[in-house]
Design a protein around this ligand. Structure first.
Ligand code: CA
Length: 719
């Protein structure tokens, strides 16, 4: 089929307001083996049985009209089947369901196919991502899903490949490298397919890359266009016009030359598409380094400029990669306030006028409603506690609190939201009957402290330009409990017209799962508290709960096979919060465990999970701390820059990655050096840091971790 004709017919159908697809067309396509087409993707909302694109439809509403499971009978929901995964790391994927088969990705970019009704395993694909790639991933070795076209599936791998798989067999059809393997790019997001083009972004802003999104031909992986989100400082008048305009908002000196910083602006998760307007919306990430004073220095040594298109929503023509409009949520971004969070499209009446809107709850804590045809700002209000700005002015620009902008020197500040945001990648959902957007929100403030003579190190470690160790908590259980008490997690049902919550469910802590809303009047969400819950969409009443044995962060989906409705969610604790904050914040808190497992439910399901394994209690048993205070301080500084992002600030231990206070190498300088300097465990993801640190510095980190372990041992409750 000629793609241009498909595209034209989609536009025409859209213009006439005719539903472009229906369930019969889906059945015909599956019967004839023709696979997924442009009209099926555009009309995905009219088919209720399948889930063929990341957010269910191009509008990314994650609302399914299915209503067999409802507020009336959700109490009868039970486990239909489950499948254990072979990666005990964060599971963030949205499965796809196509013609009775369920396809999902797991940590380490693996793909698995199941019979969606019975759970029979059909095939597996492992792209064999090298273990050492893990050190380039800011936020765990996660993957958030697949795209489909024809009879193919498309996967982005952690090491930056785009892989085309045969949907029936899992066989590789082609693969291409979408990133420069010499730079610290990673791919964790789900690609999208628009009219025969696979759109895929990447991550790595913490490691010094320059962000872009690119389009590839579904048939052979040929790159068709590439859209950079920040200027490169070298191109000048050769650059496309939109990048020349962006260059005026930067001090671009630092972006040019061989030791240039990448600038960031990675497009690592959200996209949406409006077929009528033929606009692709991309969510752009934070600056690299975080601290604008280093990234775009002004004459006075502090930062300058809005630094477009950081923290922006950008509308791009998907056929050509041409810039159309942008809206920047956080001008001059410096707090890791990405606008990569879920972009959702809906139509609603605002001030008596029917509007085509785009909605986002980016990390910066404000919920935005934007006109998606023009990019015009409509409204924004805070959906969590915010102190970096007192509001968003009518011109769409934040009214900043100057106390929270930290440069190279000066006082630190506690800023909320912190770098994890008021909402992270976890998908929201929309209920059209209620006109509510459900936000998996949380509150976790962060200390931003200056780092005076920061230098980039693009080979290894976090390149943020702040002193990340400055916010480490002292070894005092009372203080830690107090800080832990300020962490909040909640499910917020947000009215986008009134710009206020209609109801809120409080969770025990941050980092709860993504969301699904259904025609049965339900909202489904997994929690950090190892539950999978169903709530009444109209008032937030908890109607059903399932003990998941693990923290759940991924969003659920729903589908039918032979007319029977199922709800599926990939359980498995992990991701940025799990590896950096959660672990040992409190010595006396039971850690959230990772049990990576797909859970599938139906009415009357009688399945049971295997019994939970007992977690062995491991008391801390470090060697005595004998190093000099100077060595321990040096080790602490290096730890904050190179280790904390995976092994948790202050070495308090993450729940997903090894707790260094309990490391078997802690008592032995040469085995410590073999791991941390020489990289003998690189295939597990622990590379050597010999290029970035001297042997003395690496030994100082050992001294620091020994000291920290002894401090925490002293805090352990007596037997
Ligand atoms: Ca970031």
């Amino acid at each position: 089929m000629n793609k241009a004709i498909w595209g034209a017919s989609v536009l025409m159908l859209g213009a006439l307001g005719i539903a472009s697809c229906n369930e019969a067309e889906f059945l015909d396509a599956f019967e004839s083996g023709s696979g997924i087409t442009a009209t099926m993707l555009t009309g995905a909302g009219d088919d209720h049985a399948n889930w063929i694109t990341h957010g269910r439809t191009y509008s990314e509403q994650r609302f399914s009209p299915l209503d067999a499971i409802s507020t009336e009978n959700v109490g009868e929901l039970g486990l239909a089947w489950s499948a254990d995964m072979d990666t005990a790391r964060g599971q963030e994927a949205t499965p796809l369901v196509i013609d009775g088969k369920l396809y999902l990705t797991t940590a380490w970019s693996k793909v698995k196919a199941f019979d969606a009704a019975t759970g029979e395993a059909l095939w597996d694909y492992d792209p064999e991502v090298p273990g050492e790639t893990a050190v380039r991933a800011c936020c765990d070795v996660v993957n958030r899903g697949l795209a489909t076209w024809g009879t193919s599936l498309f996967l982005g791998t952690l090491d930056g490949r785009l892989v085309s798989l045969d949907r029936d067999t899992g066989a590789v059809q082609w693969e291409v490298q979408t990133t420069d393997p010499d730079q610290s790019y990673t791919v964790t997001g789900a690609p999208r397919v628009i009219d025969g083009k696979i759109i895929i972004g990447n991550g790595g802003a913490e490691f010094g890359v320059r962000g872009y999104v690119a389009a590839y031909d579904v048939d052979n992986g040929e790159e068709l266009w590439r859209f950079y989100t920040v200027p490169d400082g070298n191109e000048g008048g050769e650059a496309p016009e939109y990048l020349q305009a962006a260059a005026e908002t930067w001090n671009t000196e630092v972006l040019a030359g061989s030791d240039a910083i990448g600038g960031g602006g990675t497009v690592w998760d959200s996209m949406a598409y409006d077929a009528d307007l033929d606009l692709l919306y991309i969510g752009v990430g934070n600056g690299s380094p975080w601290n604008r004073a280093y990234r775009s220095p002004g004459e006075d040594g502090t930062g300058e400029g809005d630094n477009l298109y950081l923290s922006s929503i950008v509308a791009v023509r998907p056929s050509t990669g041409e810039y159309v409009w942008h809206y920047q949520t956080t001008p001059g971004e410096t707090w890791d306030y990405t606008a990569t969070q879920h972009i959702m499209l809906a139509d609603m009446e605002i001030d008596g006028e029917q509007r085509q809107v785009l909605m986002q709850a980016p990390k910066n804590g404000f919920f935005y409603v934007i006109d998606r045809a023009t990019g015009e700002f409509i409204s924004a209000e805070p959906y969590v506690a915010v102190n970096w700005a007192t509001g968003i002015g009518e011109d769409g620009r934040p009214i900043e609190n100057p106390e929270t902008r930290i440069d190279k020197t000066g006082k630190p500040a506690i800023v909320t939201p912190g770098a994890l945001g008021g909402h992270n990648w976890h998908p929201m959902a929309y209920h059209p009957d209620e006109n509510l957007v459900f936000i998996p929100a949380f509150e976790a403030a962060m200390v931003y402290a200056p780092e005076e003579n920061w230098k980039p190190d693009r080979a290894r470690g976090f390149n943020v330009g702040f002193n990340l160790g400055a916010g480490d908590l002292p070894p005092d259980l009372g203080i830690r409990r107090e800080v832990a008490g300020t962490l909040r997690g909640m499910l917020v049902a947000w009215d986008p017209v009134a710009q206020e919550p209609r109801w809120t469910v409080e969770h025990p802590g941050p980092w709860n799962g993504g969301l699904l809303a259904t025609g049965g009047g339900l909202v489904f969400q997994g929690t950090a508290g190892s539950e999978f819950n169903a709530y009444d969409a109209s008032n937030g009443e908890k109607l059903w709960s399932f003990g998941a044995q693990t923290g759940v962060v991924a969003p659920p989906i729903t589908y039918t096979v032979d007319g029977e409705q199922y709800v599926a969610v990939l359980a498995g604790w992990g991701g940025a919060y799990a590896i950096t904050v959660d672990g040992g914040l409190l010595n006396d808190k039971a850690p959230v465990r990772n049990v990576s497992r797909l859970l599938v439910f139906k009415l009357g399901g009688t399945g049971e999970l295997p019994p939970e394994k007992e977690l062995a209690a491991l008391p801390l048993d470090p060697p005595p701390s004998r190093a000099s205070p100077e060595d321990i301080a040096l080790g602490g500084e290096k730890y904050a820059r190179y280790c904390a992002v995976c092994h948790a600030p202050a070495a308090v231990g993450s729940t997903v990655l090894p707790d260094l206070r309990r490391s078997g190498t802690l008592g032995n300088a040469s085995s410590w050096a073999a791991v941390v300097h020489d990289g003998i465990l690189k295939d597990n993801g622990m590379v050597g840091f010999g290029e970035s640190m001297s042997r003395e510095e690496i030994e100082a980190i050992r001294a620091y971790v020994i000291q920290r372990a002894n401090e925490d041992k002293a805090m352990e409750p007596a037997e």
